[in-house]
Design a protein around this ligand. Structure first.
Ligand code: R5P
Length: 283
């Protein structure tokens, strides 16, 4: 068994060279490639930020591994492009499937990831050509929240039905979210249209749990709704934290605490997922 970790320092110092030619084309080299020949290889790779370059470099790395007969498991804590698994408008690209097929065609035997948007539950399944193991970080996030709530009881909710699998095993409930149409302009974005709640939160402490906080629109609307409903202490947590624009500042103002895992590195990535990933890799 051999581990390759270009940018996943928790798994050890990078043992691969990733550079660029003067014109920007990517260059990769695995100096000790003979160690991987014919072996079971775990390639730990953060694909965000700079997802486009990172994905391409990963394809190059995978090809080198395939040529020496390695059996590669690709471990990516966050899988970019996983949000477009459905077509909304005619002529769109089904990017989630395209990226997965790229990895499968490049020789990935299995992809291990965390709270993958289109999987909607834990477990292993084939998505298009790729065999994926989706692991949830919900238990780690809930344990961390418990340390913040101290002795106080709290309820767990998700801001939409898609994230219900994160909370349902803990007696949690979900809000109902409806997104609007795509906004105009260069950026492709669908604002949260409405977010509704069918349960009482008066005087309750609440952990709001989601798979990701991206622009923060969902989490901000959820916290506002809970405040209006009379919730006491509100903590926001997600597996993946992008915190685009000024969403972290906004969430810090309206909630009692915000944190994520370190699947994406940010200033509140308080929950370490290294051991969780290692456990599922059996290393
Ligand atoms: C969506 O369905 C996801 O579970 C998240 O709620 C969403 O992607 C978060 O995005 P944003 O922070 O931009 O609202």
């Amino acid at each position: 068994m051999h581990i390759i970790s270009p940018n996943f320092k928790e798994m050890g110092e990078p043992n691969i060279e990733i550079k660029a030619f003067p014109d920007g084309d990517g260059y990769i080299r695995i100096p000790k490639i003979t160690d991987a020949a014919g072996e079971e290889v775990f390639l730990f790779q953060r694909l965000y930020p700079n997802q486009n370059t990172s994905i391409l470099n990963t394809i190059l790395i995978l090809d080198v591994l395939r040529r020496v007969g390695a059996k590669t498991t690709l471990v990516v804590p966050y899988l970019p492009y996983s949000r477009q698994d459905k077509l909304f408008l005619e002529g769109e690209a089904l990017s989630a499937q395209i990226i997965c097929d790229l990895f499968a065609n490049a020789g990935v035997n299995k992809l291990i990831t965390l709270d993958c948007h289109f999987m909607k539950k834990e477990g292993e399944k084939s998505y298009s050509k790729l065999n994926i193991l989706n692991i949830s970080a919900n238990k780690l996030l809930i344990e961390h929240a418990r340390s913040k709530f101290g002795d106080s009881n709290f309820e767990i909710i998700s801001p939409d039905q898609g994230a219900n699998y994160l909370v349902s095993g803990y007696g949690g409930k979900s809000m109902a979210k409806v997104r609007g149409d795509y906004s105009d302009g260069k950026e492709v974005h669908r604002e949260v249209g409405s977010l509704q709640r069918q349960f009482d939160v008066t005087d309750k402490n609440i952990l709001v749990l989601d798979d990701m906080i991206s622009t923060g629109g969902t989490m901000i609307k959820a916290v506002e709704n809970l405040r209006r409903g009379g919730a006491k202490k509100i903590i926001c947590a997600a597996t993946h934290g992008f915190f685009l624009k000024d969403s972290l500042e906004k969430l810090n103002l309206i909630s009692d605490s915000v944190f994520t895992t370190n699947s994406i590195l940010n200033s509140v990535s308080e929950v370490d997922i290294t051991n969780l990933l290692k456990k599922h890799c059996e290393i």
